[in-house]
Design a protein. Sequence first.
Length: 191
Amino acid sequence: MTSDTSLVPIHLAKEKTLKSDRSIASGRSVVKLLKCRVAVILFPLLCHSYSPAIASNDLGCVDTTFRLMGRNDQVCISAFDDPQVPGVACHISQARSGGLGGSLGLAEDPSRFSIACRQVGPITVNIGALGDKEKVYSDHTSIFFKHTQVFRVIDRTRNTLIYLAVSDKLIDGSPQNAISSVPVMPWGSER
């Protein structure tokens, strides 16, 4: 018996065509579903592979905790110069959260940091002309209003610059803090 569609009644031929169209459409949706699943599985791996481990002002980072998905938890060291006091440089180390949230910038970094500031050149600015307390550095540590900030405080009696690192949020901050002192000394041939 031959299969000739000309002998099939019209209503059966239309039904057969509809069934084949549905199977093609369901095949396309299966392919889309598979692509979505592959993307969901590969996205964290791609974030881990292509996320920059070192931000623009970072000198380097050290992994502290292994994370299966996303980048590892890290401690990163950043450097900055006091914008109003040439001759002073500071280094701050901060804990950074990893995992999927950390890779996507959604995780809140812990309020753990350390700071070291040093005189690295002649300090020619008159520290008497500086304000008693000024913000010299700020870094976002969360997408939701959390910052690590460094303030310069002047100890005029001892001719010393004090750098205080603190963490704050929009509503409440953290008691975690760190300080570093830089006595203003003659530099090089000024001695």
